[in-house]
Design a protein around this ligand. Structure first.
Ligand code: SF4
Length: 340
């Protein structure tokens, strides 16, 4: 669970029930400084001289805001729209895509006007009717660590349970999901867990839950009827990588219930980096041991116009063969969506 040191309320946030609720949660906590902003200049309220310091201070800062633009971003290919509930994350994963996406906004922001956000979702659902509309709740965040303060996921899961033409999904690296177990989800929400080996989590995914805890959380949700899925990412080739990923898949197999009604979805993504991401990572984590040597990778132009460094064909093929074999061996009904 997220324990912020600084909580900032943007103008208007305290007019909403959720804003007031969060304020009351922290107002008597002597470890937390509260600032009510009269303007929305958040970044100048966060201490730190440079990106390295701002990043660390930002990761301990919770901003309670109001989502003003209710034009949802598209979220291809995994969903139709991003559902804006939270941006940022308390985790400090060295390869997190948010480092480049939200580099100048490293804080965690939650939106207090959840009802307005869901009313807008309704309009998008109606516009696409009779097609199903899928909303992604974690496009720019990990929403689980702030759930104890907002209950926004609970509200959304209940809301989407009643929408026949909509589905909701999100992904997490955390295990604090107990408050979601008894929620009526009507199988309309899919909860995915991002996984990696012990060595990779230990080395690069600071302040996240262990793989074991994530898998146990997935098992609990599955027992409560939620569709679940796993993103194994980013996959690295290193000494003993096959043994370690095999161990991870074994742990999954042993921990998950065997009688799941919905097949488990798997997505496997090999490690890649862009020049921009590498530069940002080196600023925030100057001591990083992340393998980012361009000469060891293949350069590939991405669909969004910038290039990325991926594993060379032969290694990529080895990754594909390995995961296809291991996953289909352990999970006969697995739905392997892609291995890239
Ligand atoms: Fe980024 Fe996810 Fe790690 Fe948070 S848990 S820092 S969103 S990769």
């Amino acid at each position: 669970m997220f324990s912020p040191r600084l909580v900032l309320f943007e103008k208007g946030a305290l007019d909403y029930e959720l804003g007031k609720y969060i304020y009351n949660r922290f107002k008597n906590d002597s470890n937390v400084e509260i600032i009510k902003l009269s303007s929305n200049k958040i970044i100048s309220s966060i201490p730190g001289e440079n990106m390295y310091e701002k990043y660390r201070a930002g990761k301990k800062t919770l901003v309670v805001g109001v989502k003003k633009s209710l034009k949802f971003q598209s979220c291809k290919p995994s969903a139709h729209y991003q559902l804006p509930l939270v941006t940022g994350c308390m985790g400090q994963c060295e390869y997190c895509y948010l480092n480049t996406q939200l580099g100048n906004k490293p804080f965690v922001r939650v939106y207090a006007n959840i009802d307005e956000i869901l009313n807008q979702a309704k309009k998008y659902i109606q516009a696409r009717s009779p097609e199903i509309t899928i909303f992604e709740g974690s496009a720019t965040s990990d929403p689980i660590p702030v759930e104890p303060y907002t209950n926004s996921l609970k509200t959304c899961i209940e809301y989407f349970a009643g929408e026949q033409l909509a589905k909701f999904r999100f992904v997490t690296k955390y295990n604090d999901i107990d408050s979601l177990l008894q929620v009526n989800h009507n199988s309309h929400t899919e909860i995915r867990f991002s996984l990696n080996t012990y060595s990779i989590i230990n080395e690069y995914e600071h302040f996240t839950a262990s793989a074991h805890k994530r898998i146990e959380a997935a098992a609990k949700l599955a027992r409560h009827g939620y569709p679940i899925g796993f993103i194994i990412a980013p996959v690295f080739i290193y000494e003993n990588w096959k043994e370690e990923y095999r161990k991870l898949i074994d742990m999954l197999h042993k921990t998950l219930p065997q009688d799941l009604k919905v097949p488990i979805g798997f997505e496997v993504i090999s490690h890649r980096f862009t020049t921009k991401a590498k530069n940002t990572i080196l600023e925030i984590f100057p001591e990083t041991t992340l393998p980012m040597k361009e000469e060891e990778r293949k350069f590939k132009y991405g669909q969004f116009g910038y290039g990325k460094y991926i594993y060379p064909n032969e290694q990529l093929q080895e990754i594909k063969n390995f995961f296809k074999e291991e996953l289909s061996d352990k999970f006969k009904d697995a739905h392997i969506k892609y291995i890239i």
